[in-house]
Ligand binder design. Structure first.
Ligand code: MG
Length: 367
């Protein structure tokens, strides 16, 4: 089987709650997402998606995803999309770095492999664990009382994991953590995600002030070394996210005992192939995971669901359903949250069919 054509579409995803805010005053109200179609000479087409969290979160931006496909795509014509490791080596040889550019293409090729073999992607990724899995809800950065007031509604939707967006003024963040933790019920879990927003002295003040609160601390500072120092000065469960983008740093983090949980985002690693490698390494090492992506709509949510559902339940700390945060649906068959839980499709591939009336005309065509 050979790749004959690659198309990329742009789809805007407005947020249901109006905007999404996190550390350092960063905010997005409409996500610019890229849907990729990989066509083959067998008449089978696979679909993928990549959606950076704005241009100021990871080194990735929406127009860059499409420009990267213009650059990379010609090197992939004639390649076999079902030979995923080989295809990833080809992508790495043709374009250094830029993992987010490769992510949607790799995802689409997993969709093709599933369709060719008649298997859902989660089975191909190792097997389906259990009937479904639990989701977290991110709480956009607002005043402490506003964030606390959101918990009951999210819990009514079934969520039991709450990820607070902190990383702002440390005194306000302390109040945010205290106000939200007061809303928790037995079995709930609270994660305070600073998204690199604190300097070390600020992070040290926050972890000291919330010492008696049952809260996970996620990515307090910008660099790995800063985070490791904070880790060594606190006794909260600790999550690393932005710094964990390769097997090298994952192994280093494990050797340093730098984290209890890692956040694996599909496009941060460069697609399902590499995210699965990281996932499997974490399983072998006994490191729990949050499995997700930077952002996305129906197809990213489907890909997350397959990676999450093929992760041993006890090691899947949590995952997310991005397609419930936005107002636009552009694919049929995407997984939907049910009582705060989700499951991967049982259909071959990712189990999604794009709505081309929503996607419109392709902005990129490589043939
Ligand atoms: Mg995070």
């Amino acid at each position: 089987m050979k790749i004959t054509r690659i198309l990329a579409y742009r789809v805007d995803l407005p947020l249901l709650e109006g905007s999404y805010k996190w550390s350092g005053g960063k905010s997005v109200s409409v996500f610019d997402s890229t849907v990729v179609a990989v066509e083959t000479d067998a008449g089978i087409t696979g679909y993928g998606e990549v959606c950076p969290l704005g241009p100021f979160y990871l080194p990735a931006y929406a127009a860059g995803a499409r420009a990267g496909i213009v650059e990379l795509g010609p090197h992939l014509l004639g390649e076999d999309p079902t030979q995923l490791s080989k295809l990833n080596r080809r992508m790495d040889a043709a374009l250094q770095g830029h993992p987010y550019v490769k992510s949607a293409i790799d995802m689409a090729c997993w969709d093709i492999l599933g369709k060719v073999t008649g298997q859902p992607v989660c089975v191909l990724l190792g097997g389906r664990y259990g009937d479904d899995f639990g989701l977290y809800r991110a709480i956009s950065q607002e005043a402490p009382e506003v964030m606390a007031s959101k918990v009951s509604g999210y819990r009514a939707a079934g969520y039991r994991r709450f990820q607070l967006k902190v990383g702002g003024d440390p005194d306000t963040d302390i109040e945010r953590i205290k106000a939200v933790s007061a809303q928790l019920q037995p079995g709930d879990r609270l994660i305070a995600d600073a998204n690199t927003g604190w300097l070390m002295h600020e992070a040290l003040r926050v972890v000291k002030a919330v010492r008696d609160i049952d809260v996970y601390i996620e990515q307090p500072c910008r660099t790995y070394e800063e985070c490791l120092t904070i880790r060594q000065h606190c006794d909260h469960p600790f999550v690393l996210d932005e710094n964990i983008d390769s097997l090298d740093v994952l192994l280093r983090g494990h050797a340093d005992r730098a984290m209890d949980v890692v956040n694996i985002k599909i496009s941060k690693f460069g697609g399902l192939t590499k995210a699965r490698q990281a996932r499997d390494l974490c399983v072998s090492l006994g490191v729990a995971m949050t499995i997700e992506d930077s952002w996305g709509g129906d197809i990213v949510t489907a890909a997350i669901s397959h990676l999450a559902h093929s992760t041993p339940s006890e090691l899947l700390f949590t995952t997310t359903d991005f397609n419930s945060y936005v107002t636009v649906s552009f694919a049929d068959g995407a997984p939907r949250r049910c009582h705060g839980r989700m499951s991967a499709s049982t259909q071959p591939g990712l189990g999604v069919t794009p709505k081309f009336d929503v996607l419109g005309k392709a902005l990129v065509e490589v043939r």
